[in-house]
Write a protein that binds this ligand. Structure first.
Ligand code: FAD
Length: 337
């Protein structure tokens, strides 16, 4: 290895951008190149509402690792949130209600109840906020990461500090454009083909972006219903979770169902102007893959498979991936490969 390591990060979604930037902050003398075939608004990350609320099924290799990823991510976002750059970085704090007509357990979340400043059961008056029939509910404080701002902000900082960007599709680890001392694989659903990983499955999502500047609180209901405020008064309405679907087209039936469920919760949304319909494929894998591998002599650290929680959890997984990568560079990880 040369004195200045040559490192590639494959993927420019929220995971790749976060790995590249945190790595650049950690290693002052290194050449880092991000290689990807889509950037910013063209990634799955840009489709996400970006709320910090893991599903209770979100899973790393152990419960301890999962919790560490979530906690480290929360503190990373809090640091940005309290800086003057929070709005440019796409960080916003708000509170959320989660209601259910049928299941008490969906209103609880063991992964964040002890982490966020507020997580409490709602009272009778709050249960009536979104119409009749809601039996269970919780109220919690959280943050949102708007990738439409976070990705360009991170890319700008990365380039300012000497990072390189290459646009292109990688067909295999053997066909990388140069020789790299270390490669981070942050290709989201693309890893399915790059690594021939059959346990990585697309979980199709569809959302509607509407103009609702009056919305300051998020709401979750049954059947994947969510209403999330955002920057510039644009809220995200969702959603669907379709297992093993590769359909990237907007489905008008999904859109109608989403609109109906969201308007049932908040009738004021009926008048909101529709700005866009978006579709993305969540890279679903249990567990999320953060691990080193030697592939045809190339030192690779995988960081993919974050499912519906890759925006919120990207910093925590990036920190672990980087620590594995630094071990590989120092030659400390031979026994793990
Ligand atoms: C509707 C919807 C709502 C969501 N809501 C939330 C939410 O509220 N909170 C949350 O935390 N998460 C949410 N998610 C999940 C989140 O979007 C994903 O977990 C996250 O975007 C995954 O990030 P990524 O960087 O791994 O993948 P991506 O954003 O897909 O980025 C992958 C990158 O790899 C590149 N790439 C892939 N293959 C190759 C290749 N062979 N060669 C070169 N480049 C390649 C792509 O071009 C891209 O740059 C949501 C997702 C959807 C679809």
């Amino acid at each position: 290895m040369a004195d200045t390591p040559n490192i590639a990060v494959l993927g420019a979604g929220v995971v790749g951008m976060t790995v590249a930037k945190l790595l650049q902050d950690e290693l002052r003398h290194c050449n880092i190149t991000i290689i990807a075939d889509s950037f910013k608004d063209d990634t799955t990350s840009a489709v996400a509402a970006g709320i910090f609320r893991p599903g209770t099924s979100f899973m790393g290799p152990t419960d301890k690792a999962t919790k560490k990823w979530i906690n480290n991510s929360w503190y990373y976002w809090q640091e940005i949130l309290k800086s003057s750059e929070a709005p440019q970085a796409g960080l916003m704090a708000f509170s959320s209600y989660i209601f259910s007509k049928t299941h008490y357990n969906v209103t609880r979340n063991h992964l964040i109840e002890d982490l966020v400043p507020i997580y409490r059961a709602v009272d009778k008056n709050e249960l009536a906020l979104c119409g009749d029939g809601w039996k269970y509910g919780s109220y919690f404080s959280t943050v949102k990461i708007g990738c439409e701002r976070y990705l360009p902000w991170m890319e700008r900082k990365f380039i300012e500090k000497g990072g390189k960007i290459v646009v292109g599709k990688i067909e295999s680890f053997a066909s990388l454009p140069e020789k790299y001392d270390l490669v981070f694989n942050c290709t989201g659903i693309g890893a399915k083909f790059l690594c021939n990983d059959h346990s990585l499955v697309p979980m199709r999502g569809q959302v509607i972006k509407v103009r609702a500047p009056w919305l300051k609180t998020a709401f979750y209901g049954d059947y994947d219903t969510y209403i999330i405020p955002g920057f510039d008064g644009i809220a995200t309405l969702g959603g669907v979770r379709q297992y093993d679907s590769y359909n990237l087209n907007v489905c008008k039936y999904d859109a109608a169902a989403i609109m109906e469920r969201c308007c049932d919760m908040l009738p004021a949304l009926k008048k909101a102007e529709i700005v866009a319909h978006k579709v993305g494929l969540r890279p679903h894998r249990v567990p999320v893959r953060v691990e080193p591998e030697l592939i045809n002599g190339v030192k690779v650290v995988h960081c993919y498979g974050h499912g519906g929680y890759g925006v919120m959890c990207s910093p925590g997984t990036a920190m672990d991936a980087i620590s594995m990568g630094l071990d590989l560079l120092k030659g400390n990880a031979k026994n793990k490969l």
